[in-house]
Design a protein around this ligand. Structure first.
Ligand SMILES: Nc1nc2c(c(=O)[nH]1)N[C@H]1C(S)=C(S)[C@@H](COP(=O)(O)OP(=O)(O)OC[C@H]3O[C@@H](n4cnc5c(=O)[nH]c(N)nc54)[C@H](O)[C@@H]3O)O[C@H]1N2
Ligand SMILES: Nc1nc2c(c(=O)[nH]1)N[C@H]1C(S)=C(S)[C@@H](COP(=O)(O)OP(=O)(O)OC[C@H]3O[C@@H](n4cnc5c(=O)[nH]c(N)nc54)[C@H](O)[C@@H]3O)O[C@H]1N2
Ligand code: SF4
Ligand SMILES: [Mo]
Length: 900
């Protein structure tokens, strides 16, 4: 069968890289970076480059499934029955309880056309503003920041500015992990011009710091104080642009008065940094010919998220560093189409075309365009309020699409209660495995990456055409098509006899209807169409019909999107995070991304290769914090916050400051029993953006006394076995699940309990992983509750189960990985202890270079032999493909290399 190539985009982050999908018309075979796409020019990161290895069919939602009553299980149904049922329940709920008794919770990963249909459905047909998206957890503080300072929600810069800037401030962004291809572009530019200055502001020393001339490890949540302290110094030194301030801005005097209080001594103390470092930062910013800032969740996910955004933009306005090459405030968007969501009005307070739901004129404009009498004026619920409304019973029918709130929202206990009690929950998902799907009364299978068509806007306002390469599996359908099918049925109840508002047959047609709503607005892309993007390539808005071209940079003329064309300084004092350290909860928990995983891992969690870098949930703490508590790496701790408790192993990490802890956000209840990372985090939110404070929750930890341990490694059928074993393990106190093995994927489980579980559980697990038959070595010491099971087929281990004590687990993994079951293994097997044979390494290794499969131990050995980065690249091949591992290799070199 002939191989074809379809140009599309990566479905992960907001860099929006172009990918070439290699396929045979039926299956995706490979992906490559698209050299013609301006975002990445052919590059991909470790996640983009492995797209074709993810999305296991065994995890896909294939057919609509309906549950006819709580407590019953769902059964397969057809689209016609599913849609009629949904329209009937929504129609009845609206009739009985009014339009605000239903709600839609959607996602920054939908395509622009999907969003448009959802918005039209909620606001024009149902008549509610209860439509919000996971961008509330992500970008809503940036939306408020841009609007307050500049008048419109528009990042003014281009990716080229990253390469062209003389001084970059990276605040609360770990772009080495989260926006890797942009980080590669910055690395290359800095290598070409080492005079470029980079400042990183992050309480953790992340891999992004590998490129920094200055890292300010501020106390969590103190960014506003820092930015005001920097402005104080810029004023003192005369490093501001008075002409620009005079001609193009308002309200500077108020801010000048406020920042007088942020003297270097006070700022340094509030932020926990040295005055020298503060002076250095101000000097770099104040004396640079061009100054660009990049920021992400370290600023947005905060109860002071809006204030942080505006305090940073203040620095650009005060120095006149905006609208010029290499300058400007440039927020990095998280999700691939969070920008499209903002454009189409997919937050409860917005309307399409950067309009406001709270603005009567805006409502009238959109209502007229849609041909309806009016749009609802009631204030819609934002994500946190929406789920509180579900729990309190105010929301009686909830539609969730393309997001997994039972993993990603803070305060998971409340979210799970809400979903369990909601009378009717629709989940529109590509993978049936997510935590949220468990609560679906109606599960609607959605087409996913490579299978659907539409448009997305990336961080630099660039709109790409997302193309489908293969058909969706089973009965899965594109999101827009599901929405329109439902809407046409609901119209029969709510607008009988009137022409349909949802008579769309293609995404291009939806785009053409929608784009007119951007005409005359700041983002105007009414001049674009799918066909034009195909001809011209991806384009940056604004792009209107008259100019017929995209716009690389906004505000070059010094005219801003406010009523009088002036940008506005925002003067708000520093306010501490909601939760700070206290006697009861003495640590601040920070959460964020890993390099190779994506959010709740519905996609990346199906590829064993992507667990090579980090394979299980670990709580990272500074070595001093472990020492103080007599904890060793791998020990299980009970982590508690004001909202919940979680058991998981600790790891020592000197990149985390004492008094702080870090837990990746990816682990949900499937991978980490106990509702996952977000059982600990708090729902407190910023008063304006309503974005929750996901980066700072206070916690305590205590050693978890769980003497009975379980370790399982089982090769083959990983997805199926994962789904079968996970629900069996509810009785265990700790349960961490993962995958390992690149060429021979295996399921990996570590668990523990206060007392041994029922033997029936172990028997069930044995059956599921094939330890009940075939060539299995068995050792049982009932008195000490030690059990060993090892299956050896063709001279190699294929399955292991240790119970009671699991001291040999890392060593056994190594033996499994080596592919040879030797005599030493048999001797260990017969010994009455679990500990690995004397002298054998029990260290856990990890894969640093995912592309070339190079482990940390190989790289460390190379460094000890005196190899530098180039030497390692030549000898081991690491870092020569996507480059995602290069910052970490550099860090190892600087920590291990013996000075010559
Ligand atoms: N690999 C990978 N990449 C992704 C994603 C993914 O899941 N995996 N998700 C995408 C999405 S949706 C998003 S939103 C982005 C997120 O991208 P980032 O925001 O870059 O990633 P995070 O790890 O969430 O957080 C960034 C940093 O904020 C720091 N931080 C915590 N508190 C503070 C503070 O008070 N002040 C400052 N200055 N910094 C603080 C954390 O230590 C962390 O290093 O990533 C996108 N890219
Ligand atoms: N503690 C903590 N929590 C956080 C964060 C944090 O930093 N710390 N970050 C927050 C941020 S910034 C974000 S963006 C959120 C992300 O949180 P979520 O939105 O919950 O993240 P995903 O797991 O990406 O959810 C997307 C879902 O859509 C499904 N899907 C994929 N393709 C399609 C499709 O084409 N159609 C449909 N219908 N479904 C599809 C996927 O299988 C997946 O389950 O998490 C937030 N939660
Ligand atoms: S940087 Fe990586 S994850 Fe982000 S769009 Fe590009 S390839 Fe995808
Ligand atoms: Mo995000």
């Amino acid at each position: 069968m002939s191989t074809q190539s379809t140009a599309s985009t990566c479905c992960y982050c907001g860099v929006g890289c172009g990918v070439l999908i290699e396929h045979d018309g039926k299956r995706v075979l490979d992906v490559a970076g698209d050299p013609a796409h301006p975002a990445n020019l052919g590059r991909l990161c470790s996640k983009g480059a492995t797209l074709h290895k993810t999305g296991d069919l065994a995890a896909r939602a294939l057919y609509p499934e309906l549950r006819l009553g709580k407590g019953l299980s769902r059964s397969r149904t057809d689209w016609d029955s599913a849609m009629s049922h949904a329209a009937e329940v929504f129609g009845r709920t609206i009739a009985e309880h009014g339009p605000d008794s239903v709600a839609f919770y959607i996602s920054g990963q939908l395509l622009t056309e999907d969003y448009y249909c959802f918005n039209k459905l909620a606001r024009a047909l149902v008549g509610t503003n209860n439509i919000d998206s996971n961008s509330r957890l992500c970008m809503s503080s940036a939306v408020v920041g841009y609007k307050r300072s500049l008048g419109a929600d528009a990042p003014p810069c281009s990716y080229e500015d990253i390469e062209q800037s003389d001084c970059l401030l990276i605040a609360g962004s770990n772009m080495a992990f989260a926006h890797p291809v942009l980080f590669r572009r910055l690395e290359a530019a800095k290598a070409a011009d080492p005079s470029k200055r980079v400042i990183v502001i992050d309480p953790r020393r992340t891999d992004t710091c590998e490129i920094a001339d200055l890292h300010l490890a501020i106390e969590p949540g103190t960014d506003v104080a820092l930015f005001h302290g920097i402005l104080h110094l810029l004023l003192w030194e005369g490093w501001i642009d008075r002409d620009f301030i005079e001609a193009h801005t308002d309200r500077f005097d108020q801010l000048k008065t406020l920042v007088r209080d942020y003297s270097p001594a006070i700022t340094a103390q509030l932020c926990g940094i040295s005055e020298d470092d503060l002076h250095s930062a101000a000097r770099m910013i104040g004396t640079a010919p061009s100054f660009l800032s990049l920021w992400c969740m370290g600023l947005n996910q905060s109860s002071a998220g809006s204030a942080k955004n505006n305090a940073l933009i203040n620095l650009h306005l005060a120095t006149g560093q905006i609208g010029k090459v290499g300058s400007g405030p440039f927020s990095l968007t998280g999700q691939p189409n969070a920008m499209g969501g903002r454009e189409t009005g997919s937050l409860s307070n917005l309307l399409p075309g950067h309009r406001e739901a709270g603005n009567a004129e805006h409502r009238a404009e959109v209502a007229e365009y849609w041909g309806v009498d009016a749009l609802p004026a009631n204030v819609g619920l934002s994500a946190i309020e929406l789920f509180e409304g579900v729990r309190s019973g105010r929301i009686k029918a909830l539609w969730i699409a393309c997001t997994n709130p039972a993993q990603s929202m803070p305060n998971q206990t409340l979210i799970h209660e809400a979903l369990a009690t909601c009378p009717f929950v629709i989940v529109q998902e590509a993978f049936f495995t997510t935590e949220t799907c468990r609560y679906a009364d109606l599960l609607l299978p959605a087409a996913s990456w490579g299978e659907k068509e539409g448009t997305v806007t990336n961080s630099e306002r660039r709109i790409s055409h997302v193309r489908s390469a293969v058909a969706a599996p089973g009965d899965a359908r594109p999101d827009w098509a599901i929405v329109c099918d439902f809407a046409r049925r609901l119209e029969k109840q709510l607008r009988p006899g009137q022409p349909s508002l949802f008579d769309f047959t293609s995404p291009a047609q939806i785009f053409d209807e929608y784009k007119a709503l951007t005409a005359g607005r700041d983002l105007d892309y009414s001049g674009l169409s799918h066909a034009l993007i195909d001809t011209l390539g991806p384009q940056q808005w604004p792009f209107n019909a008259e100019t017929g071209q995209g716009t690389a940079r906004l505000y070059s003329d010094g005219i801003f999107a406010t009523d009088n064309g002036h940008a506005r300084f925002v003067a708000e004092p520093y306010r501490a995070a909601q939760e700070t350290r206290d006697a009861q909860f003495p640590l601040i928990l920070n959460t964020g991304r890993l390099r190779d995983h994506w959010h709740g891992m519905s996609r990346t969690g199906t590829a064993a290769q992507l667990f090579g870098h980090v394979e299980q949930a670990l709580l990272s703490l500074h070595p001093d914090e472990l020492r103080r508590r007599n904890l060793n790496e791998g020990d299980l701790v009970r982590v508690s916050s004001r909202r919940g408790e979680l058991i998981l192993p600790v790891e020592s990490d000197a990149q985390i400051s004492p008094g702080q802890a870090f837990l990746p956000m990816h682990w949900g209840d499937r991978f980490l029993k106990g509702l996952g990372s977000n059982v600990l985090t708090q729902p407190a939110f910023d008063p304006l953006s309503k974005q929750p404070e996901l980066k700072q929750s206070s916690i305590n930890i205590a050693h978890a006394e769980l003497p009975w341990e379980l370790f399982i490694l089982a090769e083959g059928r990983v997805q199926e076995r994962f789904e079968a074993i996970r629900p069996l393990c509810e009785s265990l106190d700790y349960l961490g699940m993962g995958l390992i093995g690149r060429d021979r994927p295996a399921l990996l489980i570590r668990a523990a309990a206060a007392t041994p579980p029922d033997t029936a559980l172990l028997a069930q697990i044995d059956t599921l992983i094939g330890l009940d038959n075939g060539p299995v070595l068995r050792y049982d010491d009932a008195g000490r509750a030690i059990g060993k099971r090892v299956k050896i087929e063709d001279g190699r281990i294929t399955a292991v189960r240790l119970t009671g004590e699991t001291a040999a687990r890392n060593w056994l993994r190594g033996v499994w990985q080596s592919g040879e079951a030797d005599a030493e293994l048999r001797r260990w097997f017969l010994a009455p202890v679990s500990a690995p044979p004397g002298g054998a390494s029990n260290q856990q290794d990890k894969t640093l270079c995912n592309c070339m499969n190079v482990s940390q131990s190989q790289i460390c050995a190379g460094i000890e032999r005196g190899l530098n980065l180039d030497g390692l690249k030549q000898e081991l091949g690491c870092g020569t493909q996507c480059g995602s591992c290069v910052p970490e290799i550099k860090r190892l070199i600087s920590s291990l290399a013996v000075p010559a």
